[in-house]
Design a binder for this molecule. Structure first.
Ligand code: FAD
Length: 421
């Protein structure tokens, strides 16, 4: 079958890979001059089944109220975004009830574990490298209550197959001495040995090149899909800035822009762009750099070593499709990492610092939105939120299985668009 994938981020390219492996003739179209130019470009770099918890936890409403107007808060709603946020936002709050939240957490955790298995298989098959590390991830806590409730949440995730180890401060420092400077403030940490890290952009671009070389996947950049041509309810062509493209089936992997592309089809897809920031520093001379990547859940920041770089990411801003880079938000990310690793301050070379922001394609309830739609030859692979790098190989393999008529490896009902009906 001739399949066109719209979007060449980590989700679109992994989709193309698995579809081509299943024997389809695949084209990827992306409006940007290179693949992985948008949200997959400089994310936190963590492949974290340990972070499968959706962001709309039971207390999220009060957090939002508490943080109103605080520029340095981890979650910020910009007033001008409110009108476009009402419908999605009410759903986001509705799904924060404990029953929904625990269901979504379990769905995400199972999917993340499956996705990491698929990634390992892909790495073994292709030998692909992307500044990757298989060292696990440490979630650190300074507050004892937060630590204890995270340990409790880990038992829920363990049921889905996420292995973990609870550590006291001494055990944390013994595991990775780089956490020594934070010893006095630590309440404890949780170590997730099967989590990984790596550069999503490098991975996406290298996999795209391999897909073209090995499976003949066509990669079309600078090509923006603007509208659709339908016949008898099926999409026969995409209208782009470079003319029409025809295909038998279509996969939308356009990240935060997926709902804008389904709008002309009368299809509402509950995904909202949630802005986040990252800072990358080249630190080849930082000998004390942590071996194990970090999630600091209280400060809402993550940090990973990518080759001789350090990548830090965090913050969530509801600001619509506004991609303006706010230096204060980037400084905030950096300062939150310095709180754990004060030694990093001596290795900041301002001329190598790269600030970046991107839009997480966040679904209303937490899990991504994958699979068939009411348009018979249109499929979605989007809504991966803060977990797109983690989920990429799993969601794309599942989608390829469904599109090829094979039984999917996981139940796809909790991931389907129809769950919102
Ligand atoms: C600050 C930050 C930190 C993050 N950290 C992590 C992390 O540590 N671990 C993790 O698992 N996830 C993380 N994420 C989330 C992850 O980066 C995303 O979920 C993932 O990149 C989404 O990939 P995507 O392919 O769906 O979207 P994108 O990478 O945005 O790709 C969509 C593509 O569609 C193209 N497109 C859009 N509209 C059109 C059109 N009309 N025509 C043609 N092309 C179009 C765009 O050009 C783009 O290339 C983070 C996100 C952010 C913002």
């Amino acid at each position: 079958m001739k399949v066109t994938v719209v979007g060449g981020g980590v989700i679109g390219i992994t989709t193309a890979w698995y579809l081509a492996e299943a024997g389809h003739a695949v084209t990827v179209v992306d409006r940007a001059p290179a693949m992985a130019d948008e949200t997959s470009h400089a994310n936190g770099g963590l492949l974290h089944a340990s972070h499968a918890e959706p962001w709309n936890g039971p207390g999220v409403f009060w957090d939002l109220i508490r943080w109103i107007g605080r520029e340095n808060s981890p979650l910020l709603v910009r007033p001008r975004a409110v009108p476009g946020l009402i419908r999605w936002g009410l759903g986001f709050l509705r799904y924060s009830r404990r029953r929904h939240h625990e269901h979504s957490l379990a769905v995400n955790a199972r999917l993340a574990v499956h996705s990491l298995e698929r990634l390992r298989a892909l790495r073994a098959e292709t030998g692909l490298r992307y500044d990757d590390r298989q060292e696990g991830i440490l979630k650190v806590f300074n507050d004892r209550t937060a630590f204890e409730s995270a340990v409790q949440a880990s038992t829920l995730m363990a049921e889905a197959g996420v292995r973990y180890q609870v550590l006291d401060p001494d055990q944390t420092v013994a595991l990775d001495p780089a956490y020594g400077d934070a010893r006095a403030q630590l309440a404890g940490a949780i170590y997730y040995p099967e989590d990984e890290s790596g550069d999503a952009c490098l991975f996406t671009r290298r996999l795209a090149a391999l897909a073209a070389e090995r499976h003949g996947v066509s990669l079309l950049n600078d090509t923006a899909v603007e509208d659709w041509r339908l016949e008898a309810g099926r999409i026969v062509a995409a209208r782009t800035n470079r003319g029409e493209i025809e295909a038998d089936a279509w996969v939308l992997a356009a990240g935060s822009y997926t709902p804008l592309l389904t709008r002309p089809l009368g299809l509402r897809v509950p995904i909202y762009p949630v802005k986040g920031y990252s800072v990358t520093l080249h630190t080849p001379d930082w000998e004390g750099a942590p071996r194990i990547p970090m999630i600091d859940d209280e400060r809402k920041v993550v940090m990973a070593r990518l080759g001789d770089r350090i990548r830090m990411a965090g913050t969530a801003e509801f600001a619509g499709y506004d991609l303006s880079l706010r230096p204060a938000r980037c400084d905030n990310v950096l300062n939150n990492v310095l709180a754990t690793f004060p030694g990093l301050r001596d290795h900041i070379a301002p001329e190598t610092r790269e600030d970046w922001c991107g839009l997480r394609p966040m679904s209303m309830d937490g899990p991504p939105i994958i699979g068939a739609t009411p348009v018979p030859n249109l499929y979605l692979n989007s809504g991966t939120g803060h977990l797109g790098w983690t989920f990429a190989c799993g969601v794309s393999h599942l989608l390829a299985q469904q599109l090829s008529g094979e039984p999917p490896a996981l139940d796809m009902a909790p991931l389907a668009l129809s769950r919102f009906n």
